[in-house]
Write a protein that binds this ligand. Structure first.
Ligand code: AR6
Length: 182
């Protein structure tokens, strides 16, 4: 993985100490529950002022704004839109989930961001089974760090529950022998 590092932690992404945090948003960028609600509560109403002019974001894409009232070192919020999971469209959902991660990392590169925290996008309200989502999310992160790496060097996955952390840990172990840590 070169000079890059993937890290898994359990906790609340709002308390992350990376330059950017990724929000699991909806296509209207309208706010909602889960991690989206937590980020909007922490960032304050100005976050809606930042997202409203963007006019939404298609599934599988990501847009970036300032962080509102969330204090430094967080300076940016990446609003990524993952797919609603459907078993009958498994391959399409996998491609969209991977794309949401890839696009998020692209926005980070465009802003010379070195560290970014992701939640487990799509695995809450959108129903993506975490054991299926984890290798997709981690695969994109590992590939990014192994590729023509520019600014992003530290990718943290902030998992809300011990079970989610276990699912990501198992998926990361399957990518061994990488020097990733948790
Ligand atoms: N920090 C880290 N992870 C969290 C937090 C938190 N503070 N809160 C929840 N999670 P979800 P989705 C976990 O539902 O499935 C919203 O209404 C949660 O346990 O937040 O992509 C949006 O507006 C789960 O593992 O996002 C959209 O309408 C993961 O974050 C829709 O939900 C993602 O769960 C998006 O659904």
């Amino acid at each position: 993985m070169g000079a890059g590092r993937v890290q898994l932690v359990q906790g609340d992404i709002v308390k992350a100490s990376t330059e950017a945090i990724v929000n699991a948003a909806n296509a209207a960028l309208a706010g909602g529950g889960g991690v989206d609600g937590a980020i909007h509560r922490a960032a304050g109403p100005e976050l809606y002022e930042l997202t409203r002019p963007l006019g939404g974001c298609p599934t599988g894409k990501a847009v970036i704004t300032g962080a509102g009232r969330i204090p430094p070192p967080v300076r940016f919020i990446v609003h990524a839109v993952g797919p609603r999971y459907s078993a009958s469209r498994d391959a399409e959902c996998a491609a969209l989930l991977r794309s949401a991660h890839e696009e998020s990392l692209r926005r980070c590169e465009e802003h010379a961001i070195q560290s970014v925290s992701f939640p487990a996008i799509s695995t809450g309200v959108y129903g993506y089974p975490i054991h299926k989502a984890a290798p997709i999310a981690l695969g994109e992160a590992i590939d990014h760090l192994a590729g023509a790496m520019r600014s992003v060097k530290h990718i943290v996955f902030v998992l809300f529950s011990p079970a989610d952390l276990d699912a990501f840990s198992a998926a990361l172990a399957a990518f061994a022998p990488s020097p990733a840590s948790r």
